[in-house]
Structure formats: C-alpha cells, structure tokens
Design a protein around this ligand. Structure first.
Ligand code: COA
Length: 261
C-alpha cells in the first residue's frame, strides 16, 4: 500500500514497522490500521523476514491511542463496521501474525496503542514510556482487545484499576505488573530490541511458528486441549528439516543453520 502513515525497514531477517504520525503522537486512524494489516500480510509471506518489530516514530510516542478525531459524530453502525472489518483490525492481525512480533514501546502507549502492544508477543519499553487505557475518560471502553488481554497479563484487580481509572503508569510500574517484559534506557531501546529480534531470527522458523500456535492456544483453549495441541505440534515439528538440522548440529557440535522448512 502506498502510504506514509507507516514505514517499513528490513535489517537482515528482522523487519521493523514504524507508525509514522509523530505530529499526532502516532494515533491510530483507519488508514494507519489498514496499512499495519496490509504490511503484516505482506511480511507473513516474505520468507526472508523471520521476526517483526513494531514501534512509533519520534521521541515522544509509541502510539497515543485511537485517533480521537475519527470518533466525533460517527454513527454506531459505521463504528460497528470499522470494528468488525478484518482489513482494519490491526490488533487481530498482530495477534494472529504467525512469526514472532515484538513491540518496542518508545513513549506514550495508550488506549489502542497499549492494546496493539498487548497483541504482540513481547513488549520491551523505554524507561520514558507511559502506558494506560484512558478510554474511560472519553466515556468509552477499549475496543481493540484491552478488556480481554489486559486481565490475562496483569490479573483482574489490576486490570479493573487501570480500566476504571484510566490512569497512566510508568515503565517500571508496568514491568512490575507484567504489562511489559523489559525496561531499557530510552537511548538503548532499539539496540536491545533488534538484538533480541536478531537472536530469535536465528531459530527454526518452523519451531517458532508452532510455539506461537501453542502459546496462543494457552489463553484461548481449555488446558487439556492446549496440551493436546502442544503434543500434536511436537510430533509435527519432527517432520521439519529444521529439526533434522538442529539435532544434527548439536550432535556435531556446530551452530545450526535453520532454513524454515
Ligand atoms: N487522537 C488524536 N490526536 C491525538 C491523540 C489521539 N489519541 N493523542 C494525541 N493527539 C494529538 C493532539 O491532539 C495534538 O495534536 P495538535 O498538535 O494538532 O493539537 C498532538 O497529538 C500532540 O498531543 P498533545 O496532547 O499536545 O501532547 P501532550 O504531551 O500535551 O499530551 C497525551 C500527551 C498523550 C497525554 C495527550 O495527547 C493525550 O491525552 N492523548 C489522548 C490519549 C487517549 O485518550 N488515548 C485513547 C484514545 S481512545
């Protein structure tokens, strides 16, 4: 899609999607969400890309939420259509994306921004980041999965507190609560995220894919179904060339070279 609301760059096997509306603190309007979905669809099919990083442009924000300007005067039926269109549902697209996806939270991470970060697999935050679900202050509730993903990450009581108050929390508090997985000095954020993404990108793409399928099932399916899926995928991964390469490389005391087959 010819669109500068997002930028896409690739270094080695890691692609970075940068939300590029810094004058609006990277707020997610409809074209931006559509561009994210289109980019993820394209990166899914690109065999050279093994890990994706999502971040925001500028010094100030990851994503400061949905673009509030789009809400004024919008009819419920129009909003319902937008909420249910796969073409603009960046949250589901990130969640279902079959390769590892890491949020590099470089500033304000609010509302839909926090929801998009929660739909990613791993969240690494700058020490300057501020996170929250302020929808309540607009008389709204989160519509990008926040009421479902937040309690799964931080527990019911903390989720209710954040959702009821709309309060912002700092990166260290978010780490303590389990909302982010690491906090890094702002100047070093992208170096750390790219090192992590690069390390994951050396692993077997087949095994990464199956790990993602199994872990996603852990928050959706009953335990017995999840365990059965894990055992099935464990059997299936034995059919991969990557498994043969990984085992052989270990036994030959060398580094594996995974091809994703
Ligand atoms: N939607 C649309 N525009 C937004 C936005 C959003 N979610 N968040 C910020 N912006 C815009 C501001 O309107 C402003 O635009 P302008 O320069 O044309 O007036 C610009 O981004 C800079 O934001 P500003 O509010 O001046 O920065 P700040 O440092 O004073 O405050 C925030 C930063 C994040 C605290 C504040 O912008 C804010 O509260 N944003 C809304 C967060 C929110 O409620 N998100 C959930 C939406 S459902």
């Amino acid at each position: 899609m010819a669109d500068d609301t997002i930028l896409i760059s690739t270094e080695g096997r890691v692609a970075t999607i940068t939300i590029n509306r810094p004058d609006k603190l990277n707020a997610l309007n409809e074209p931006t969400r559509a561009a994210i979905v289109a980019a993820l669809n394209r990166l899914e099919d690109d065999p050279e890309v093994r890990v994706v990083v999502l971040t925001g442009s500028g010094e100030k924000a990851f994503i400061a939420g949905a673009d509030i300007g789009e809400f004024e005067g919008r009819a419920p039926v129009a909003q319902y259509r937008v909420m249910n269109s796969p073409a603009t549902n960046a949250f589901e697209a990130a969640d279902r994306f079959p390769k590892p996806i890491i949020a590099a939270i470089n500033g304000f991470c609010l509302g839909g921004g926090c929801e998009l970060a929660m739909a990613c697999d791993i969240r690494i935050a700058s020490d300057k980041a501020k996170l929250g679900q302020p929808e309540i202050n607009l008389g709204l509730l989160p519509g990008g999965g926040g009421t479902q993903r937040l309690p799964r990450l931080v527990g019911l009581g903390t989720a209710f507190k954040l959702l009821y108050t709309g309060d912002m929390i700092g990166a260290d508090e978010a780490l303590r609560l389990g909302l982010v997985d690491e906090v890094i000095p702002a100047a070093d954020l992208m170096t750390r995220v790219k090192a992590l993404a690069g390390a994951i990108a050396t692993k077997s793409p087949v095994a990464l894919r199956y790990i993602k399928d199994a872990v996603r099932a852990s928050v959706r399916a009953p335990m017995d179904e999840g365990l059965q899926l894990e055992r099935t995928l464990f059997g299936l991964v034995f059919a991969s060339e990557d498994k043969a390469e990984g085992v052989e490389a270990f036994l030959q005391k060398r580094k594996p070279d995974f091809k994703g087959a």
